[in-house]
Design a protein around this ligand. Structure first.
Ligand SMILES: *[C@@H]1O[C@H](CO)[C@@H](O)[C@H](O)[C@H]1NC(C)=O
Ligand SMILES: *[C@@H]1O[C@H](CO)[C@@H](O)[C@H](O)[C@H]1NC(C)=O
Ligand SMILES: *[C@@H]1O[C@H](CO)[C@@H](O)[C@H](O)[C@H]1NC(C)=O
Ligand SMILES: *[C@@H]1O[C@H](CO)[C@@H](O)[C@H](O)[C@H]1NC(C)=O
Ligand SMILES: *[C@@H]1O[C@H](CO)[C@@H](O)[C@H](O)[C@H]1NC(C)=O
Ligand SMILES: *[C@@H]1O[C@H](CO)[C@@H](O)[C@H](O)[C@H]1NC(C)=O
Ligand SMILES: *[C@@H]1O[C@H](CO)[C@@H](O)[C@H](O)[C@H]1NC(C)=O
Ligand SMILES: *[C@@H]1O[C@H](CO)[C@@H](O)[C@H](O)[C@H]1NC(C)=O
Ligand SMILES: *[C@@H]1O[C@H](CO)[C@@H](O)[C@H](O)[C@H]1NC(C)=O
Ligand SMILES: *[C@@H]1O[C@H](CO)[C@@H](O)[C@H](O)[C@H]1NC(C)=O
Length: 455
């Protein structure tokens, strides 16, 4: 073929419509396997800006993938599995009549009762991989003497796997366990448990409204295909959850098929979760900022201090804490980008807001992590000939740099030390009274997270 013809063919193929691709695993909210979005049209470069070195960092990490949590298992997965098992021995339920659903005639559950809340193999592997990634990102850092974790088995095991990946001398990083109690005030990695104003079930009521709505047409479709199975909204929701859970247990799942649920139906599943977390640990819960602030404050104190004893501080917790930290930092705030100040109006229960920035899959996945980096920069002349020399700060969520509202005066839109201090002081004004915001009634509460002080 002449090269001119080849070039012509090449450019013609470049002009044909791009194929629409869709990965349900990126829309699984709290059941998403860990992923770092790398969309160059909407994500900033994770590398330090030109002229900058990261000199210290603090990380807050959710535990890695588990077999299923209590609530999801008991409310959705177990009832569906029981019903399915009964149907598999019932000749009047003929799964083979359906193309999309036929796998259910032989499918078996990957989760047993005794596995609940346990870390999966994929979970341990991903935690170790994150440890290696963090090691590679900060090769110039000293190995940390300590990492901290809340005391549940799944967070401790995540910390252990992470340290295996991070540490060259594994026995020289101590894993400090912080108890998960109800009367610790803000002084733990699970402060929401000590916050009477916080309720774990908050947001369910709102999300169920949308769950009923989006599952109705799916129920009709499945009922048409397999009339003998008594389809309910909980079955549909449980099947979609199984896409995430089965993937982090077995490596893949027939429930993730786009023949079973269309891309729109996955987006609707995700939105149901977004509504729940919005009211549970997000902007729809007035106490979120006060729950997330103590970790922000103590981490910023460590990063700005002249005498911190570690280069990197890593802490492991559960799904509730990272989103409250994002609220304390003003990130993923729908109303910041809309004319209205009515936070709840940004997350209607009867239809998707496709413009929302509160998209939980971006910050609720297994191993989701929020990092604050301190940088030393010598960026004279890189940007408008400005002299950007000195100390700057940056927030990353799953390795993606985030822009802080009103704090983008540094290289790569990072935040200068003075502006950052001012930014944090504002948050202190607003969120620092944990005991009051939480309506604490026990006598010896505290507003500060002090677990790092003894290091
Ligand atoms: C770690 O293990 C090495 C080799 O077994 C040993 O020499 C070192 O003293 C240990 N360090 C600590 C802090 O236990
Ligand atoms: C408050 O007292 C309770 C019960 O004595 C104890 O368990 C808890 O650790 C104390 N909290 C603080 C912040 O000292
Ligand atoms: C089998 O399924 C049909 C249709 O749902 C139901 O009426 C029947 O009771 C089931 N039989 C058994 C043995 O469970
Ligand atoms: C179908 O499921 C609903 C909800 O669980 C239940 O109330 C109803 O009794 C079931 N119907 C049959 C025929 O099993
Ligand atoms: C948003 O909704 C929640 C739950 O109904 C409510 O507690 C909260 O006060 C509402 N926020 C505003 C600003 O109306
Ligand atoms: C660092 O020094 C300050 C006083 O300069 C002290 O208040 C603080 O506790 C020290 N921090 C650490 C982590 O040692
Ligand atoms: C979210 O953004 C709105 C609009 O900028 C602002 O009024 C509100 O204080 C922000 N919420 C938080 C918790 O930062
Ligand atoms: C960053 O690190 C490099 C390599 O160690 C060094 O040459 C450079 O001077 C450092 N820059 C700043 C601003 O600290
Ligand atoms: C930039 O500012 C720093 C700190 O204020 C100063 O030391 C340095 O000389 C300045 N560089 C230039 C090229 O003006
Ligand atoms: C927190 O709120 C309580 C009750 O309003 C008040 O007594 C206390 O002084 C406040 N604490 C701080 C650190 O602002």
């Amino acid at each position: 073929m002449h090269s001119a013809t080849a070039t012509l063919l090449l450019s013609a193929s470049a002009l044909t419509a791009a194929k629409y691709t869709f990965d349900p695993l990126k829309h699984m909210s709290g059941i998403a396997p860990y992923f770092e979005p790398h969309d160059p049209t909407s994500n900033f470069d994770p590398a330090p800006p030109q002229g900058c070195n990261v000199t210290r960092a603090a990380y807050l990490v959710r535990h890695a993938a588990i077999y299923a949590n209590d609530f999801d298992y008991e409310s959705y997965i177990e009832p569906f599995v029981k019903k399915l098992e009964a149907s598999q021995g019932n000749s009047s339920v003929n799964w083979d009549r359906s193309h999309a659903l036929s796998f259910l005639s032989t499918w078996t559950s990957p989760v047993e009762d005794e596995d609940i809340e346990k870390l999966s193999k994929v979970g341990s592997l991903e935690a170790m991989k994150l440890g290696v990634d963090v090691y590679e990102r900060y090769q110039h850092f000293k190995q940390p003497k300590k990492v901290w974790t809340s005391s549940a088995e799944r967070t401790v095991l995540t910390a252990e796997s992470f340290v295996e990946g991070l540490a060259l001398k594994e026995n020289e990083t101590e894993i400090v366990q912080i108890g998960e109690y109800k009367k610790t005030g803000a002084d733990s990695l699970t402060p929401y448990k000590a916050c009477p104003a916080y309720s774990g079930s908050r947001g369910s009521k709102q999300s169920i409204v949308y769950q009923k709505e989006y599952t109705a047409p799916i129920i009709s479709r499945f009922r048409h295909e397999i009339p003998a199975f008594n389809w309910t909204a909980s079955d549909i929701y449980g099947m979609q959850q199984l896409c995430g859970y089965e993937t982090v247990i077995r490596g893949d799942s027939p429930f993730c098929s786009l023949d079973l649920f269309s891309p729109n139906e996955w987006l609707q599943f995700e939105y149901t979760n977004d509504i729940m977390y919005f009211h549970n640990t997000g902007y729809g819960n007035p106490v979120s900022g006060a729950i997330g602030y103590p970790w922000v404050k103590s981490s910023v104190d460590l990063l700005t201090s002249q005498n911190a004893s570690q280069d990197i501080y890593v802490s492991f917790t559960h799904r509730e804490l990272p989103p409250t930290v994002l609220v304390a930092l003003g990130l993923f705030n729908n109303t910041a980008y809309s004319a209205s100040d009515d936070v709840n109006a940004t997350m209607p229960n009867d239809g998707i807001n496709p413009q929302r920035v509160w998209q939980s899959s971006k910050f609720m996945s297994f191993l989701t992590n929020v990092a604050i980096e301190r940088m030393e920069c010598d960026s004279f002349g890189y940007q408008d000939n400005a002299n950007q020399t000195g100390e700057y700060y940056r927030i990353l969520v799953n390795k993606n740099p985030q822009l802080l509202q009103e704090c983008t005066d540094g290289p790569g839109m990072s935040c200068s030390r003075d502006a950052f201090q001012k930014f944090i002081d504002e948050k202190t004004q607003r969120f620092s009274n944990f005991s009051e915001e939480c309506g604490v009634t026990y006598s010896n509460s505290t507003n500060a997270l002090t677990i790092y002080n003894s290091s």
